[in-house]
Design a protein around this ligand. Structure first.
Ligand code: SF4
Length: 479
């Protein structure tokens, strides 16, 4: 049995990446899981006009964002009309404070939580636990990472970095479940433990996938039924979400739901789709007595001011960009050290945390474009990465004294190499001569080029350039 010991991840981004790359278990777990998800997504869209659906998804999100301030006011009015109390939080701290206040108002000591990435952003569990309120995750993946004292490594599948054996050991150690490689048994054990917690909970906290302004409806997509229990069994339900999740009408939900479930897990529809429109009405048999909605800004208003970055807010948190990213699939989610890992994290986190704390993220990309090609709402992720890279470098040039010396030197060396490259490419004769010379010296190519070849094979220069080959073929044709 592996005895679980919580080890905090290293603070340095490069060290986390090296640790992940040198961990064959992480690479194997992610590779097999992501390969499976990519193939499921592609089968799920096989009979659909995918590009037309992506166009529609993009339009719906763009239209909603264009009217965001109005829609938020409409949402607030329509929620209040249905007895959903609306609270506004400028950042995560304020949102945590509001939720703590609501728990105290309802004398709550035990909270059960459905999956919510915004609550991860806010570090809500730690906040509540530090104030004597137990907060237990009920999504199976979230429950596993909570038991392991870790953070989610994927926005849809939080415990994807663990295999069955590791989960079995963890459940055995933390909850006394028998060790087993039988996934159904492990799931049933966790369900049994959680079922009791649902019954004891004073408050249920959930996320929101779409908040519909015209009807004041909170939509929640899930597969395990824990979302439905979280929002109906405890006497108080608190929904927490970012301000960008609002949509004008119920009609707008359909195309986004079709895109979300297929892009995320390759499902045509999830097992549960919850539509919450207020507390339990008179005569109804279930549902909470009180419903609250906490709308969190957390840096989103700033993103909203920037015409280019605004598209980041179109995100429907499907995770497809992560599943298809050659960097994410090799290093896994924890290497990023941020709430949102992978391509979406690389464009979102610099705005939520500040570029100075996340300046390595935009560079952790091969710019292959796969993320942009699969994004169901057409967020131009590669373009935004290029812009953030430029800002990170410009920032360094302006503040060299605040950046670690070797980082500045590395960037200067890189800039000099690109200047030389640009100079050579503007001189065709010199360029051709240099390419020919490189072809003749290819036998001398170094096997290692510093850190670049630590996890890759050094490419060999071709014997002939493309130009030389075309010329040779043309000469052959003429003969
Ligand atoms: S950026 Fe696009 S692909 Fe990535 S999680 Fe958001 S919606 Fe999905």
């Amino acid at each position: 049995m592996t005895v679980h010991q919580f080890t905090p991840p290293p603070a340095d981004f490069h060290q986390r990446v090296h640790d992940s790359l040198e961990n064959p278990r992480i690479r194997a777990n992610f590779r097999s899981a992501m390969d499976g998800l990519m193939s499921k997504r592609s089968s799920a869209f096989a009979d659909w006009e995918l590009e037309a659906l992506r166009d529609l998804g993009e339009q719906v999100r763009k239209r909603a964002l264009a009217r965001l301030p109005d829609l938020l006011e409409t949402l607030e009015a329509n929620c209040q009309a249905q007895d959903i109390q609306v609270h506004w939080a400028k950042d995560g701290d304020e949102a945590c404070h509001i939720i703590q206040g609501l728990c105290e108002q309802h004398n709550a000591r035990r909270v059960i939580k459905g999956k919510s990435m915004v609550s991860e952003e806010m570090e809500l569990n730690h906040y509540l636990e530090a104030r004597g309120i137990e907060a237990l995750e009920s999504d199976l993946g979230e429950y596993i990472v909570q038991l392991a004292e870790e953070t989610p490594s994927h926005i849809i599948m939080p415990a994807i970095h663990k295999n069955t054996e590791e989960i079995s050991d963890l459940l055995h150690e933390r909850t006394g479940t028998n060790q087993s490689r039988d996934v159904d048994y492990l799931t049933a054990s966790a369900r049994e433990q959680l079922r009791e917690k649902f019954m004891q909970a004073d408050v249920g906290i959930s996320g929101v996938n779409f908040a519909v302004a015209e009807t004041g409806t909170l939509c929640l997509v899930e597969n395990e039924g824990n979302g439905r229990l979280t929002t109906t069994v405890p006497p108080v339900h608190i929904a927490v979400t970012g301000i960008e999740k609002v949509l004008p009408t119920l009609d707008d939900v359909a195309p986004l739901l079709a895109l979300l479930t297929r892009s995320a897990t390759g499902q045509h529809i999830t097992t549960y789709f919850n539509m919450i429109s207020g507390p339990r009405a008179q005569g109804e048999l279930d549902g909470p007595e009180h419903v609250h909605l906490v709308l969190v800004d957390g840096g989103r208003s700033e993103i909203y001011q920037d015409n280019e970055l605004l598209s980041t807010l179109q995100c429907i948190r499907c995770g497809a960009c992560m599943n298809h990213c050659p960097v994410y699939t090799r290093v896994g989610g924890h290497a990023y050290g941020t709430t949102y890992p992978g391509p979406i994290g690389k464009i979102l986190m610099p705005h939520l945390m500040g570029l100075e704390k996340t300046q390595d993220l935009p560079s952790a990309s091969s710019l292959c474009g796969a993320c942009g090609e699969v994004c169901p709402v057409r967020i131009p992720i590669p373009d935004l990465l290029v812009r953030l890279r430029r800002e990170a470098v410009d920032g360094d040039q302006l503040n060299t004294s605040t950046v670690a010396g070797h980082g500045v030197k590395r960037r200067r060396l890189e800039a000099s190499i690109w200047h030389l490259w640009a100079w050579l490419h503007r001189r065709p004769l010199l360029y051709r001569w240099s390419v020919r010379l490189a072809g003749q010296l290819r036998g001398l190519h170094p096997k290692r080029i510093g850190a670049w070849t630590r996890y890759r094979t050094a490419p060999r220069v071709a014997r002939q350039s493309l130009h030389q080959r075309i010329q040779a073929e043309q000469r052959g044709d003429q003969r």
